[in-house]
Design a protein around this ligand. Structure first.
Ligand code: FAD
Length: 514
């Protein structure tokens, strides 16, 4: 018997990224009577658990935290900028999908995951745009109220960096080139970011620690280095709990639960359901990665003229204070999601750019929505296993003719935006390999009804499996170009509110009150 685990809880959350954290926080706030445990396969990186690694000041310590997030097999960890896996390169804090990355079509050559308390949410860029137009999920009636709460939980602000050097000028120039007759909420504006200014003026980037708030201190149990191997069910099909493996000593245990929330990312949530014998037709299907193009631009001299060159001993002044500008998705005028940030602050480094004053270059990144299709999917093996011993994934993902058209249009749009800002450096926009978005969606998508094209209902409850909920980007059913985390957190809040309202109180003998 493994003493680390309770025999039973009311709600078992699998995964401690933003989606799992939002479930735990919302449920605990609304129903402090419920026993909630969060199971996470990765280690704790920080105190408080789930903090963003960018808040770790010491570069060596930050590097160690990133490495600790890179999964079970060192050779799949690619955070060393020089390291590649079969010519594929991952981002710091992530590890790549194994050899099944391209079982059909181009697959996701740089499809990646993070295994740590906080998940990818400890490594993300924190951009939190709201979906617009066709990106929105029409059948979620209270979507705006949920997005409001998502922004509150993530600590989103459009103002924290709005007045950064150059940011206002970049917005002004882009706005006059691109705004036209857009509605006010879809004009060029500061990117809403999950970041706040500390009392000393420094930046604190939101990881899931911010979403958890106090709940890990006030009652929610966090169980790191614990792989959930299976969702257990009764003969009638209702959820009974989870089976877990303690990675510290390789022992196994069963933990009872009345509700299980699988928030284990868009590749591993379907993996857990598959491993549990829960295999609705749509499971793993509708997988979509947003195609992305990049362009580097040297800002026009008249834009740079007003911004003093930082002192030589303060090379970080531009990156620390730089804003991110947002060119929102708009179905009619601009069906792309655009973000513009100072190269000095970019998560995609460009060592090839000529030396220049800090702030001289901006990087433009335009995402398009993928043509979402059931045949784009992640499948799992009955026999082969991944580095954790879970069913090995194989990815089928192909760009369609419509995708090619959308990408070509995005290349045109990004070039127009780049030319407005200054001198375009790249001969043509750079297409990133599939998987680069790190925004995989659709694999456990929600639907209005159980018609074989969805896995769960509007609350995230899996069709025909009472008590099993799914959460994270995988539940988003629409074609989106914008970054998905805010939406995933909002939908998690919706699911948790539903359970808070409907789950009966447990009596001390473990029975539900009528
Ligand atoms: P995750 O954060 O991936 O968390 C899932 C957790 O589940 C992981 O910790 C994993 O270890 C755990 N897990 C998986 N399987 C099991 C199991 N069987 N048992 C126990 N635990 C398990 N998104 C944006 O919206 N805006 C951005 O600007 C942005 N920038 C990004 C930049 C980078 C470099 C990266 C890496 C990601 C970025 N993203 C961004 C994506 C964002 O981080 C994800 O959308 C978000 O973290 C998803 O939240 P989640 O909780 O669904 O999944």
């Amino acid at each position: 018997m493994n003493g680390r685990y309770p025999a039973a809880v009311d709600v078992a959350v699998v995964g401690s990224g933003p989606a799992g954290a939002a479930w735990a926080r919302t449920l605990h706030d609304l129903r402090p009577d419920l026993r909630i445990a969060v199971f996470e396969v990765g280690p704790v990186l920080s105190d408080p658990p789930g903090d963003h690694v960018k808040n770790i000041a010491d570069p060596e310590a930050r590097r160690r935290a990133q490495r600790a997030s890179e999964g079970p097999e060192a050779d799949l960890g690619a955070a060393d900028p020089a390291a590649t896996v079969d010519g594929r390169r991952g981002r710091a804090g992530t590890f790549l999908v194994g050899e099944g990355f391209a079982a059909g079509g181009t697959g996701l050559p740089v499809g990646a995951m993070s295994s740590n308390v906080g998940g990818m949410g400890a490594h993300w860029t924190c951009a939190c745009p709201r979906p617009g137009g066709s990106e929105r999920i029409g059948f979620v009636d209270d979507l705006d109220a949920l997005l409001d709460e998502g922004e509150r939980l993530l600590g989103v602000s459009a103002q924290a960096l709005a007045n950064a050097p150059l940011a206002g000028d970049v917005r002004r120039v882009l706005g006059s080139a691109l705004d036209g007759d857009r509605p006010a909420d879809r004009r060029v504006q500061p990117m809403p970011l999950a970041v706040r200014r500390d009392s000393n003026g420094g930046l604190h980037w939101s990881g899931p620690s911010v979403v958890f708030g106090d709940v890990l201190r006030t009652g929610v149990a966090l169980l790191p280095e614990t792989l959930v191997t299976r969702v257990r069910r009764s003969p009638s099909g209702a959820v009974q709990g989870v089976s877990v493996r303690d990675l510290r000593d390789d022992t196994v245990a069963d933990v009872g639960a009345r509700v299980v929330v699988a928030a284990a990312d868009a590749l591993r949530t379907p993996q857990l359901l598959f491993a549990s014998g829960i295999r609705p037709t749509a499971l793993g299907r509708y997988l979509n990665d947003q195609p992305q193009v990049l362009l580097a631009v040297r800002l026009a001299d008249d834009l740079l003229a007003g911004v003093p060159v930082p002192a030589a001993d303060d090379p970080t002044v531009v990156s620390r204070g730089s804003g991110v500008s947002w060119v929102p998705f708009d179905d009619d005028r601009h069906p792309f999601h655009g973000q513009v940030m100072q190269m000095d602050a970019s998560p995609v480094p460009r060592p090839d750019l000529p030396a220049d004053r800090p702030g001289a270059y901006v990087g433009l990144g335009w995402f398009t929505a993928k043509d979402v299709r059931p045949q784009d999917r992640v499948e799992f093996s009955e026999t082969a296993v991944d580095g954790y011993g879970m069913p090995a994934p194989s990815v089928h993902h192909t760009l369609t003719a419509l995708d090619e058209q959308r990408i070509a249009a995005a290349e045109e749009a990004i070039t127009t935006a780049g030319r407005a800002l200054g001198t375009v450096i790249d001969e043509r926009p750079i297409r990133l390999p599939a998987g680069s978005s790190l925004h995989y969606q659709g694999t456990t998508r929600m639907g209005r009804e159980d018609d074989g094209t969805s896995v769960c209902d509007v609350h995230g409850e899996v069709w025909d499996v009472p008590g099993l909920f799914v959460a994270g980007n995988g539940v988003i059913p629409t074609e989106t170009a914008c970054n998905p985390t805010l939406t995933a957190v909002a939908l998690a809040v919706g699911g948790a509110r539903h359970v808070a309202k409907t789950l009966a109180t447990s009596t001390p003998d473990g029975k539900d009150t009528p």
